[in-house]
Ligand binder design. Structure first.
Ligand code: PMV
Length: 320
């Protein structure tokens, strides 16, 4: 291919936090699954100045504050490449998961864009891994304020992981047969950075209570990881309910998210909780092989619903 026709490609997964959002920012463990959908990007030499084009689900495109954040994240991602990019670039990214609802659209976008640029620049493998890691973290800092790294892990690796970031980040795959979960889009999009900052305010006002909540979530996550490995979904579900209670205490749930969890539990789910930053966005329910009417109950309330599998091998779309 001619140099000026060169193109780079990259992809990143969406994610589903099954346990431990928010408290993970403070070093408490968490469990996250990659989602099969996500983002795909192409980087080309541009005829004009460097720019990013985003195509969201059903052809939508971010506007207003969301657009500004995406632009800032793009700048941050480019910054991580320093002088390795020696031309103007046109990057197009297709995001096929809803934006701002806790399913990891921002990390999927950052990962796809960073990988496409790295592929365009044609770095050696070791440098590429290091630069992409740094670039995605820079993008995530724009979207999240103080990212724990949980979304980045899922976006880059897929699969199902136990994740903790106390000082340095550690993660271990949880190897289980894929299991079925329902996702309910219960509320409007919310800003992760704002929700993270509200939790930080609460931790400042009530440090002792916050410490107890972290301990509670830590014990819940460790128990859930064991229960998943044993295939004890009754217990996993119950622990999801406990984690939701802690998130309510942290002030990040909403009436719609509580209602979606309640509907799921009363229609046969093993358990349910909000997923992601909250303040709107999604609830997740562990539904097993028979949905027990959970998905229909959500639909009949007018909620958008996704029926997905969590677990199984990593599905890093980098390998496509
Ligand atoms: O991007 P969201 O909505 O899935 O939230 C990410 C999870 C948080 O724990 C709230 C923030 C973080 O960086 O871990």
């Amino acid at each position: 291919m001619e140099a000026n026709q060169r193109e780079g490609r990259g992809a990143g997964c969406g994610k589903l936090i099954l346990f431990g959002e928010h408290t993970v920012v403070y070093g408490t463990p968490s469990i996250v699954a990659g989602l099969p959908g996500g983002a795909e990007a192409v980087a080309l030499r541009a005829n004009s100045t460097t720019h990013l084009e985003i195509v969201g689900p059903e052809g939508s495109s971010p506007e207003g504050e969301q657009r500004t954040r995406v632009e800032e994240a793009f700048e941050a991602i480019l910054g991580a490449f320093e002088s390795q990019v020696d031309t103007e670039l046109e990057v197009r990214v297709d995001v096929d998961i809803p934006v701002g609802v806790g399913l990891g659209s921002s990390a999927a976008l950052s990962t796809a864009v960073a990988r496409a640029i790295a592929d365009f620049v044609d770095l050696d493998e070791a440098t590429e891994d290091e630069v992409v890691d740094r670039a995605v973290a820079a993008g995530e800092r724009v979207f999240h304020g103080n990212p724990s790294g949980i979304d980045q892990l899922a976006a880059m690796e897929g699969g199902l992981h136990f994740y903790q970031s106390a000082g340095r980040s550690e993660h271990a795959p949880i190897e289980v047969e894929p299991f079925r979960v329902g996702i309910c889009l219960a509320g409007p999009p919310a800003s992760t950075a704002r929700m993270v900052s509200e939790v930080a305010d609460l931790s400042g006002r009530e440090p002792d209570l916050f410490r107890h909540l972290k301990l509670l979530v830590g014990d819940t996550v460790r128990a859930a990881s064991g229960a998943m490995r044993e295939g004890d979904f009754e217990r996993v579900g119950e622990l999801m309910n406990v984690n939701h209670g802690a998130l309510v205490s942290l002030g990040v749930s909403t009436a719609d998210l509580d209602f979606a969890c309640h509907l799921a539990r009363s229609n046969g789910a093993y358990g349910a909780k909000l997923t992601g930053a909250g303040g709107g966005g999604c609830a997740v329910a562990l539904i097993g092989e028979s949905d027990g009417g959970v998905l229909d109950a959500w639909r009949s309330e007018g909620f958008e619903v996704f029926d997905v599998k969590a677990g199984g091998p990593g599905n890093s779309r980098d390998e496509q």
